[in-house]
Write a protein that binds this ligand. Structure first.
Ligand code: PLP
Length: 406
């Protein structure tokens, strides 16, 4: 039985007030709050177990290295990935996708080669591909969602042509909460011999993930949305793809030997991890993932599904509120505009005065906002600690906006 009040007690920040009101934190899509176990583990690491990793032969360096390296196994378990050696640590999804763009895609693509993308993508899964368009003449082929925000996997597969070298697609939209059937996309793409990169930044937060079931080639996650620290993250890369990759950043740790006239590289995954990493950040992410697995991703998914259903019912009663995207089975992320002249920034400012934290703007997904004909929206994104009472508080605050701006 999922006890949300017990879960809330694990998150110290949730008991604070904002603008004299109890905090209602609905900006989880941007970054989630951290449970006490993560905060404590990071403090403990700095107080008792800190040194640089992979370098020293002294006690603390070995201890820090063991703790840090153990996180590869935790990430693999969280993703049901067979081999921790396929986990590359990153600072987040943005770095993970840039790594693939630079180290795998750039050397394999010529002018006229194609990358298939959906219009649902976050800029982190768009701009690294634009680099290849600008620098190498790679063509970006866009697949439009349906009007309800859903993405038809067949449309993605139909966009694959003889020149397609990669499909890059999100598992869950950070704007609409749309869930994408990435397994169907991977199955079809594999038949055509085209690798698939899945942006799991949002998907991995709200649902259990199984890499073998998805069948992708690259799967990127970001620690700070998974209730871990900012600056932590990982990308799972299939062994065959790793073998095809050149190094990304150059520096310490990613090398085997460096001479005046030559250099040899470390084996993957370290070949792709240069310099001193976010040691304590990754340790914190490991603790966050253990925390999530302790709660059970299925339980989290079912709690959030109930919240999404309740919020959807309540929103339907507000005829002055437009929600962008209502695809069946969508997650608990709602982007909205109010009829009348109110700008998303004004709405979020009023909400903030009531203690309700939401995000306003284009959510790093300008092509999708454009698709919906919106210049900015207000986004309420729910997490594992949110409650129905908080949905009610959001609605109360939106009603106040409607009164003020209608
Ligand atoms: N992809 C999606 C779907 C996201 O929601 C985000 C963050 O908002 C990112 C990628 C980028 O994540 P990060 O900024 O942690 O690298």
């Amino acid at each position: 039985m999922y006890d949300v009040e017990k879960v809330r007690a694990d998150f110290p920040i949730l008991s604070r007030e904002v603008n004299g009101k109890p905090l209602v934190y609905l900006d989880n899509g941007a970054s989630a709050q951290k449970p006490r176990v993560v905060i404590d583990a990071m403090t403990h690491a700095y107080e008792h177990e800190y040194a640089n990793v992979h370098r020293g032969l002294h006690y603390l360096s070995n201890l820090a290295t063991d703790k840090y390296e153990a996180v590869r196994g935790i990430v693999a378990r969280f993703l049901h990935a067979p081999d921790p050696e396929e986990i590359v640590f990153t600072t987040g999804t943005t770095e993970g996708i840039n790594l693939v763009s630079y180290a795998w895609a750039a050397p394999r693509m010529q002018a006229g080669d194609e990358i298939v993308l959906s219009v649902l993508e976050h800029h982190a899964n768009i701009v690294p591909w634009h680099f290849l368009r600008e620098r190498q003449g790679v063509v970006l082929k866009w697949v439009e969602p349906e009007l309800d925000g859903s993405l038809d996997p067949q449309k993605v597969l139909d966009a694959i042509g003889p020149k397609t070298k990669l499909v890059a697609v999100t598992q869950m939209s950070n704007v609409t909460g749309t869930l994408v059937d990435v397994a169907a996309i991977c199955r079809g793409a594999k038949e055509k011999g085209v690798p698939v990169l899945v942006d799991g930044s949002q998907g991995a937060v709200h649902r259990p993930v199984s890499i073998p079931e998805i069948g992708c080639d690259f799967y990127a996650i970001t620690g700070h949305k998974l209730y871990g620290p900012s600056g932590s993250g990982a990308i799972w890369i299939a062994k065959e793809r790793m073998k095809e990759m050149r190094p990304f950043l150059g520096g310490g740790d990613m090398i085997r030997d460096v001479y005046r006239d030559t250099v040899t590289y470390n084996d993957p995954p370290m070949k792709f991890e240069a310099g001193t990493p976010g040691i304590v950040q990754q340790i914190g992410m490991g603790v966050a993932l253990e925390y999530l697995m302790g709660l059970g991703m299925e339980n989290i998914a079912s709690h959030e599904a109930k919240l999404a259903a309740y919020a959807t019912t309540r929103f339907k009663g507000l005829n002055w509120l437009n929600i962008q995207g209502d695809a069946p089975g969508k997650g608990a992320i709602f982007s909205m505009t109010l009829e009348g002249a109110a700008h998303a920034h004004d709405i979020s400012t009023v909400l903030d005065k009531k203690g309700v934290a939401v995000r306003a703007g284009t959510h790093c997904a300008m092509p999708l906002l454009d698709f919906f004909g919106a210049t900015a929206t207000c986004r309420a994104s729910f997490g594992l600690y949110n409650t129905k009472a908080e949905v009610d508080k959001l609605i109360e605050a939106l009603e106040l906006c409607h009164e003020l701006f209608a």
